[in-house]
Design a protein around this ligand. Structure first.
Ligand code: BG6
Length: 457
């Protein structure tokens, strides 16, 4: 935490992201760590007054039970400015109203963010300006490269925060503690002892009126290209010397530079499917293609699964399967580490001899280690036993963690430019194979666990 003064200027102040995620996260951060001096400015195309903005901020803060003197001060001082951020003069005038270090949070569609960055190129910018951008970061490797070039014409790379809220999730960060602070894990965290890794994010949510964005992204780009590859990087990386931005992000980048589709064969190592009508816990979901705004000719998948290889000394030969989907019967978000069979099980044991499995749950913040232990009956009969531990829930929401990084000017938990490009590079062969119809688009009824024929992960 720094004791400097920061203006957090949210571009797209009237949007859903601002109300639902950013402001509650800010409220929580300022409640729990009130020692920051933050000014809040909202900017947007709506004709709002400061009073209107303050009432929106107050309502949103209330959803996070935000309270205390700092929260009250930020609320009382919150200002709104109607602005066209694609216009340099208007943008300059907006920046003139901000004091201290300015952090611009682009809570606007990517096309608007890109135009706004072009506008910024001809503005006299405040020192230390921070730019925070949401995913999707480009639409492919080439567009991500262009966007990166554009951004670094505006500010140095360290001042660009490419947001991936999964990097702020406490369980994802717990993987670091589990691995690097426990001798029982890090020495076995390699191909010698681990047979496979699965990273899964199954959601019960459907499209939720997000066709405008989701129908162009699909499960692959929405989740695998972004969040789940970041989780893979944290599971696969070598221990960094420190957790500061330079070391931590380089360790992730190294792992991702070694990552590619298994056997370089996307047709054989990826699957895609789309939900049809069904019911989830009593809630009816329509056929995906009948949802408002969906263009059936896009062939958008709502469930994607891809197996990757991480070609490093540590991981050669170990498949990393990433899967995510919507409209599934059960929420299941976990990292599953399957260990290899022991080199030799002494003759005489019977019962459960399945290899050990470590499950790190991303939803319920807990871990479970499945082991074979002698059961209560016959002395050499093995029963499956599960050791479970709750991770501390993490005091901060994922977005609070991310906002803390932005306000403090620490990019450790944001995606570095080359890594953003690399993640597109990794999935590009899969997107191409799908566009060429080399992988069938299967279907599954909403509320099921996916197409029946898909092997259990
Ligand atoms: C978002 C995706 O980035 O992450 C959503 O766009 C997805 O489609 C969400 O539902 C999952 O994250 P969380 O934290 O909301 O479970």
């Amino acid at each position: 935490m720094t004791d400097s003064e920061t203006t957090l200027c949210i571009l797209g102040a009237s949007g859903d992201l601002t109300f639902r995620l950013l402001l509650p996260a800010l409220g929580q951060l300022l409640t729990e760590e009130p020692d920051r001096t933050v000014h809040l400015v909202g900017a947007g195309i709506d004709d709002w007054t400061d009073e209107k903005w303050r009432s929106v901020v107050a309502d949103s803060f209330a959803t996070a039970d935000a309270s205390g003197a700092t929260v009250e001060a930020v609320l009382a001082g919150a200002r709104y400015r109607k602005s066209d951020i694609t216009d340099s003069e208007d943008f300059a005038a907006l920046l003139d109203t901000c004091s201290g270090t300015v952090a611009l949070y682009f809570a606007v569609p990517p096309a608007v963010a890109a135009k706004a960055c072009t506008a910024l190129e001809s503005v006299d910018l405040p020192d230390g300006l921070i730019l925070a951008l949401e995913k999707p970061f480009g639409t492919d490797e080439a567009s991500a490269q262009l966007l990166n070039k554009q951004l670094t014409r505006v500010v140095p790379e360290e001042q660009v925060h490419r947001i991936d809220h999964f990097l702020g999730r406490s369980t994802v960060l717990n993987v670091l503690g589990l691995r690097f602070a426990n001798r029982v894990f890090e020495p076995v965290w390699s191909r010698e002892h681990i047979e496979s890794v699965a990273i899964r994010y199954d959601e019960t949510l459907g499209l939720e009126n997000r066709a405008g964005y989701y129908d162009k992204a699909g499960a692959m780009v929405d989740m695998i290209q972004s969040h789940l590859l970041q989780v893979l990087a944290i599971v696969a990386m070598d221990p960094p010397a420190t957790l500061d931005a330079a070391d931590f992000r380089e360790a992730k980048a190294t792992a991702l530079r070694a990552t590619s589709v298994w056997n370089h064969d996307p047709a054989a190592n990826s699957r895609r499917a789309r939900y049809t009508a069904g019911s989830i816990n009593g809630r009816e979901l329509p056929n995906y293609v009948d949802e408002g705004g969906v263009d059936v000719t896009r062939n958008t998948e709502t469930l994607a699964e891809v197996t990757f290889a991480v070609a490093t000394h540590r991981w050669a030969g170990v498949p990393f399967t990433l899967r995510s989907g919507k409209g599934l019967g059960e929420k299941c978000s976990e990292i599953v580490i399957r260990f290899r069979q022991v080199s030799l099980l002494p003759a005489g044991f019977d019962g459960s001899t399945e290899p050990s499995v470590l499950r790190l749950s991303l939803g319920a913040d807990k871990m479970a280690l499945e082991l074979n232990l002698n059961g209560p009956g016959a002395p050499f009969h093995l029963d499956r036993a599960t050791l479970e531990a709750d991770f501390s829930e993490g005091e901060r929401r994922a977005y609070s963690e991310v906002l803390a990084g932005i306000i403090d000017g620490d990019p450790s938990l944001s995606v570095r430019g080359d890594t953003a490009e690399r993640c597109w590079h990794i999935v590009q062969p899969v997107l191409e194979a799908w566009a060429a119809d080399q992988v069938p688009l299967e279907d599954y009824p909403a509320g099921s666990s996916g197409p029946k024929a898909w092997p259990e992960l």
